[in-house]
Ligand binder design. Structure first.
Ligand SMILES: NC(=O)c1ccc[n+]([C@@H]2O[C@H](COP(=O)([O-])OP(=O)(O)OC[C@H]3O[C@@H](n4cnc5c(N)ncnc54)[C@H](O)[C@@H]3O)[C@@H](O)[C@H]2O)c1
Length: 472
């Protein structure tokens, strides 16, 4: 498959081969955008911004609805592309495709719903003679920079709200997985989107940096790692930033929980997408009386997972994205083992396949505890009282999601209130996410929220109109 999007990649030069992280086979090619062509891309995006802001809300909404229906109709093609280029299992890729449909439908609703508000000037004495409202106006050009691990839905989470809000988008998808993003843009254009509204730039960090530096870009909507987020913040200057960065989700398992449901959710949350999931379960904190029983079942169920070809229907765990990602996972586990951790299963890589790996006795000074692993590695840790568990959960300096399994309402509420995270799931996996929820992190690096309504609000700006009726 050859994607060219000739109009969007102004002065593309080299072809980039996109290969399967599972077996290295060619999935497709795209034309690389050279960083020197950013001026041409910006010129096009400026025209796009003028067109987008005058597109009536009913048209924005209808285009997004049409695109959602078109993706639903060709969902198997999208799922196959995700599985091939990102290495997600085909089952997981199908789920991502359906989530993308919903993200676009939510965006279509938002375009019509969230246009502004009347200002209650008579709420305080002294302003009764005035009437007015605010409207939600577009920002202009939004640079959207996305990662490899959800190569379709995370792109939709930026395009949908940006288009709903009347903006133009400069989209730079991950250089590892550009094909799903390009196909999504093609569907948008076939669905009636004026093509200047999205400009696609294909390439890696250098190109991303050039987009981030461009003066006319009003907002950078970024999803990716902390180091990249820091680099973007340094380059961006006075631009609005939305940063969706990493996590290392803790899950608290209380002795009075539904045991089998907790184990099942933790296995799924730990190893979904081979752990390449920002809200994947990384640290499981288990109340001491059930620690041994939990460990036995968790390790036994983990060993049943089948690691292999993402296109096989019975594969549970596909490959990591690259050799570099495998080496990083190995090094993190080796450092933990050297510091006294115990390996309970896994840690025998074969190519880019890194099997589900479980550790215990991990000192909290280890990076596998305090940093994001982004690989199928889970730590088990006993605790005594709930306060200890909450203290352990809150240790790292950043957090996206957390979870607790308990049948005790008070423990659930206490945890929900005291855990510092953007979302706390009760009796559900840490990686549960519904696309209408506000989604983002707490603590270091947290800026903005995704989840369609919240991204839409970040991507629009209020404009006040105030009328003084008493003045001539
Ligand atoms: N919070 C969320 O919603 C969420 C969701 C998925 C993934 N993530 C995070 O993404 C990371 C994994 O994805 P990744 O490895 O693709 O991330 P990454 O940070 O390596 O790359 C993300 C994007 O940034 C671009 N980029 C790299 N350097 C750049 C620079 N200097 N300037 C501008 N752009 C630059 C890349 O080309 C890519 O498109 C993990 O940390 C994961 O937690 C977060």
């Amino acid at each position: 498959m050859m994607h060219n999007l000739a109009l969007t990649q102004a002065t593309g030069l080299e072809e980039i081969a996109v290969t399967s992280p599972f077996d290295g086979t060619l999935v497709g090619t795209v034309v690389e955008t050279c960083a020197a062509s950013v001026d041409a891309l910006l010129e096009r995006a400026r025209r796009g911004a003028q067109i987008a802001r005058t597109l009536p809300r009913h048209k924005r909404s209808a285009i997004l609805e049409t695109a959602a229906a078109a993706i639903e109709a060709s969902r198997e093609e999208f799922a196959l592309l995700i599985a091939k280029e990102a290495g997600k299992t085909i089952t997981q890729a199908r789920k991502e495709t359906i989530r993308c449909v919903n993200t676009l439908k939510l965006s279509a609703d938002e375009a019509k719903r969230n246009a502004g508000e009347v200002i209650p000037f008579d709420a305080y004495a002294g302003s009764e003679s005035r009437q007015g409202w605010y409207t939600r106006e577009p920002l202009g050009i939004i640079a959207a920079i996305t990662p490899y691990n959800d190569p379709l839905n995370l792109v939709a989470h930026k395009l949908g709200p940006a288009i709903a809000g009347g903006n133009a988008v400069l989209l730079k998808p991950s250089e590892f997985t550009p094909l799903s993003a390009v196909k999504l843009v093609e569907v948008m254009i076939e669905s009636g989107l004026p093509e200047e509204i999205i400009t696609v730039a294909i390439g890696g960090p250098e190109l991303g940096k050039a987009l981030v530096a461009a003066r006319d870009v009003r907002m950078i909507s970024f999803t990716g790692g902390f180091a990249t987020g820091e680099a973007i913040a340094k380059t961006a200057g006075l631009k609005k930033l939305a940063m969706d960065l990493g996590g290392n989700a803790p899950v608290v398992v209380m002795e009075n929980c539904n045991f089998d449901a907790a184990v099942e959710a933790c296995v799924s949350g730990g190893f979904w997408a081979a752990g390449q999931n920002c809200i994947g379960t990384q640290r499981i904190l288990i109340q001491r009386p059930i620690y041994q029983q939990f460990k036995a079942k968790f390790v036994a169920d983990t060993k049943k997972l089948k690691t292999g070809n993402p296109l096989d229907a019975d594969t549970d765990v596909g490959p990591l994205i690259s050799e570099k990602a495998v080496s990083r996972a190995i090094a993190m586990v080796e450092r933990a083992l050297a510091a006294g951790a115990t390996l309970l299963c896994g840690h025998k890589p074969a190519g880019n396949l890194y099997p589900p790996t479980v550790l215990e006795d991990v000192p909290i000074s280890c990076d596998v505890w305090g940093e994001e692993v982004f690989a199928p590695i889970v730590i088990l840790q006993p605790f005594d009282g709930l306060a200890d568990a909450i203290g352990l959960a809150n240790g790292p300096d950043y957090s996206l999601h957390a979870a607790i399994f308990t049948n005790e309402l008070e423990a659930a509420l206490e945890t929900a209130s005291k855990i510092e995270a953007g979302g706390v799931m009760v009796n559900d996996s840490s990686d549960y996410r519904f696309d209408a929820m506000p989604f983002g992190g707490f603590k270091y690096g947290s800026m903005g929220r995704e989840g369609v309504r919240f991204a839409y609000e970040d991507m629009t700006q209020p404009k006040v109109v105030c009328i003084n009726r008493l003045k001539p």
